[in-house]
Every structure is written in C-alpha cells, then in structure tokens.
Design a protein. Structure first.
Length: 106
C-alpha cells in the first residue's frame, strides 16, 4: 500500500458518500504521506473526514482486538502442530466470525 493508492481509494470513496463520513486510520507511514495530507481539505469539502488513531492505541483498532482473541483464546496448542493445522484453524475461525466466534465490546 502507498499514499498514492490510498488517495485514489479515498477519492473514489468520496464520490460515493451521501452524508458526512469519517474514515478512521491508524498511523501507518503511508497514511501520513504528503500526497494524503495534501488532499485533506479537498475531502473535507466533500464531507469526508480523516481521523487518526493515537500513536499507540491497539485497544481502538478493531483488527488488534480480533487478532488478540484469535491468538490467546480461539487458537489452541494443537493448532500450532503444523502449518496445515494452523491454516485450517484460522480458516475455520475467520469463516465463523460473528456466529461461532464473537467479540463483545462493552
């Protein structure tokens, strides 16, 4: 991923929104590229706003929560016996997120 590709994606997204919209970004280097920051005012004029997570905030990043649940709760020691077992376990977990495997945000 690059800043230029992010700009292309957000430019396209901005043409599709019909109300004020906020895109939450982490602090990946390309999220702060000059080509991205140069477009912020233009996107705001289109009601598209960027909100950057604080520098270290895994508790605010949903994917971090998901991976923590996978690593420490849903994967069991036998799943690490082989690459195939790990792949099968991950496929099973990821295919059943929201049904068999859920996260409660309270």
């Amino acid at each position: 991923m690059t800043g230029k590709l992010l700009v292309a994606c957000l430019d396209d997204f901005a043409t599709k929104i019909t109300q004020k919209t906020v895109v939450v970004l982490d602090n990946a280097r390309f999220h702060h590229a000059a080509v991205v920051t140069a477009k912020i005012e233009e996107w705001q004029a289109q009601d598209l706003y960027l909100w950057f997570l604080p520098a270290y905030s895994p508790h605010l990043n949903a994917i971090e929560t998901l991976w923590r649940k996978i690593k420490y709760e849903w994967l069991k020691p036998p799943h690490f016996a082989s690459w195939q077992a790990l792949n099968e376990a991950l496929d099973e977990i990821l295919n059943n997120i929201g049904t068999k495997y859920t996260i409660q945000f309270t």
